[in-house]
Design a protein around this ligand. Structure first.
Ligand code: HEC
Length: 102
């Protein structure tokens, strides 16, 4: 099932850019669970940081989420991930968060 989801995401992202390798997608998923999860929870229903569940993100634009992830939110614990994530990888994470279950 997880492989199937990754495959779908790979197909979706290939419409806009080179798809991320399966290995990189697995690394990003791991990062979401552990790094992001340490503040946002696993599932990411909120903790130190707000909920990142798909239902709660539905009112948030991709641009807002992209900016938060790339640049962080100064004055808050949300760090900037720019040194670690390319724009394509940030888009992958946003698409992943928008999946109804993860
Ligand atoms: C050290 C704790 C911490 C970590 C680690 C962290 N975040 Fe955050 N994040 C926060 C906090 C706190 C906020 C709320 C900032 C504010 O008040 O604007 C936030 C905000 C966000 C937002 C904006 C949400 C919204 O509704 O405006 C997104 C998206 C987000 N984080 C994604 C991530 C992702 C993806 C990761 C991992 C790559 C991550 N965060 C890792 C603490 C963290």
């Amino acid at each position: 099932m997880r492989f199937f989801l990754l495959l779908c995401l790979g197909l979706v992202s290939s419409a806009v850019a080179e798809p991320l390798s399966e290995q990189r997608q697995a690394e990003l998923q791991n990062m979401l669970n552990h790094d992001c999860g340490s503040c946002h929870g696993l599932p990411p229903k909120g903790g130190l940081g707000p909920s990142l569940l798909a239902a709660d993100l539905s009112k948030r634009s991709d641009q807002l989420l992209f900016d938060a992830i790339q640049n962080g939110r100064s004055g808050t614990p949300m760090p900037a991930w720019r040194p670690f994530l390319s724009p394509d990888e940030i888009h992958w994470i946003i698409a992943r968060l928008r999946q109804p279950s993860h």
